[in-house]
Design a protein around this ligand. Sequence first.
Ligand code: UD2
Ligand code: MN
Length: 337
Amino acid sequence: MLKTFFNLLVCLCAFSLGWFGAFLFFTEDRKLSFISALKRETKPEECAEPTVRPNLTGTSGISLVSCPDVPPNLRGVLHVEFRTNRTLQDVRNHVGPLLQQGGRYRPTSCRAKQKVAVIVPFRNRFEHLNHWLYYLHPVLMRQQLDYSVYVINQDGDGVFNKAKLMNIGFKEALKEYDYDCFVFSDVDLVPLDDRNLYRCSDHPRHLSIAVDKFDFILPYATLFGGVSALSKQQFLKVNGFSNAFWGWGGEDDDMSQRLSYRGMVISRPDSVTGRYKMIKHRRDSHNDPNPKNVQKLTETHLNMDTDGINSLNYSVREIRKDLLYTFVTVDVEAPAG
Ligand code: UD2
Ligand code: MN
């Protein structure tokens, strides 16, 4: 009797195990299981691409089919957190495996729609840069861009000139690769939605329409500061940025006026997709608001043909390739701050 009972118990166990196995198999297959959900959550740089570093040298990618208009692996709304210490090495560990030296990436399964140089004007904001790189690289990868990151670092402690650094970024990037789109970004602005594509369109594009610092409201209709994208043709059509805006303010409005004088309109994402978080900061030293910049804004139309990318003077002090970015240190011939 006991033996029969024992045999029955064994059969029952085997039967239950079989069912449990079948359950696991099917739920995993349908990506419903808790385990597979966890796997998706813990892979920060998730994108459609393989997890090995692509070899970009020598391959043009021309034989690949074009990437889809809408990148397939976007996540939408993103969680962004700056209240944490992040070293550059943390960031390298987090996003480095898919990058080439110089903060360079391109999808390997399809041909990117655009070749994008992401240009960050910079001086002494290393903590911000770590956050920016941590969040931006995975976004740019998921957006299936053929891109590199250029951090243009103003040497010395003369008066800061953000617009001149952006002009330099345009010029230096083109020495390396045939970029067709240039995205200019403050180092302290991180998108809160990866559907906000870092690409160029038929019109110059202002990406940072809704920044938390401004309560997610566009302060005025012609604003072009923060993060903006210009194709090579659009940039050249307005002779780039003015080189004459020393210190804080005005350079973005001057660009906005240049665009308008050349008959271009600004395009933007909607105010949900275009949300940004700005790292809180004080005004930097040697970058005080410059009252002369207000006067300069009344002269844009007079100066734009002679002041810009065609009159840019600077010298490169150093070009350093990190896994996460190309760091270009430049002397912009700044007045003493
Ligand atoms: C606003 C604009 C910005 C620019 C600026 C006026 C938005 C969201 N942002 O930002 O695009 O037009 O006003 O010039 O509209 N930087 C350094 N080191 C310095 C100083 C500046 O790296 O010592 C760089 C850095 O990338 C920074 C950017 O320049 O994000 C703009 O400077 P800011 O952050 O002090 O200016 P902010 O926040 O008023
Ligand atoms: Mn800022």
